[in-house]
Design a protein. Structure first.
Length: 249
């Protein structure tokens, strides 16, 4: 079983969301997977109520604020996301960290908000190209993971991790299955040390960064890669269905 997640980013308004679910034709093998779509928050209600949405697909939001409510113009709370139909939340996506300056401290607060509202955080970690060139991959991703683990301490709820090397996101550059396996094994070893073997195995680690139908099966075949987080290729129902089928093999 693999987790196949689509991050729609700031794409797909209500009409496109309805069209996506009407056109999406998942094959039988996709049932072996956990399927997630993260629409923009304005399309979440439409996606949740869409009669054409395959019931195997769960929904999430791409970001939340850590406060339950208040004067935070433009923000969405965890409770609001849950009420609108989200079960999962992307936390610390690289675009949040690098475009909007989100820090590890804010990531931790958002994880805590997810935990208090029964939402499953999908915590994203990943290094930039210059950090990779400086040989700092492990230091960066473990620093991001440790901040997340502190926020998750004492919480038995589910969480997912996503390794998304920043240089591979939206660039067409994909990490090789070996690159992914190396980073995922570093993360898994830290999870085991922090949580114990059994609990670490239950935390899926997704790979993200230019995943497409042509490379999904190879990436999903790499050691410790339990799923994929797909941006651009998740906007097209045919390519999302192909990636979902690759995870079912
Ligand atoms: P991409 O995006 O597949 O378009 O590279 C992945 C992501 O940002 O989650």
């Amino acid at each position: 079983m693999a987790v196949i997640a689509g991050n729609w980013k700031m794409h797909m308004g209500a009409a496109q969301t309805r069209a996506f679910f009407a056109e999406l034709d998942l094959d039988e093998s996709a049932s072996k997977n956990e399927l997630l779509i993260f629409p923009p928050v304005s399309s979440l209600g439409v996606a949740a109520a869409c009669p054409d949405r395959d019931s195997r697909i769960q929904l999430g939001v791409q970001n939340i604020h850590w406060q339950d409510g208040g004067a935070f113009t433009g923000e969405t709370s965890a409770a609001m996301a849950a009420e609108a139909g989200a079960s999962h939340v992307l936390i610390g996506h690289s675009e949040r960290r690098h475009v909007f300056g989100e820090t590890n401290e804010e990531v931790a607060l958002k994880i805590a908000a997810c935990c208090s509202h029964g939402l499953v955080p999908v915590v994203c970690v990943g290094e930039t190209l210059s950090q990779r060139q400086e040989g700092r991959v492990d230091e960066v991703i473990l620093g991001q993971l440790d901040a997340a683990l502190q926020a998750l301490e004492g919480n038995d709820g589910r969480f997912l991790l996503a390794y998304e090397p920043v240089w591979a996101i939206g660039t067409g550059e994909t990490a090789t299955p070996d690159d992914a396996a190396n980073a995922h094994s570093t993360l898994r070893t830290r999870l085991e040390a922090a949580l114990g073997l059994a609990a670490a195995v239950r935390r899926p680690i997704l790979y993200g960064g230019s995943v497409k139908p042509s490379n999904a099966a190879d990436l999903l075949g790499a050691a410790n890669v339990d799923g994929v987080l797909v941006g651009g290729a998740s906007l097209d129902p045919r390519s999302f269905a192909e990636i979902a089928a690759a995870g079912g093999r």
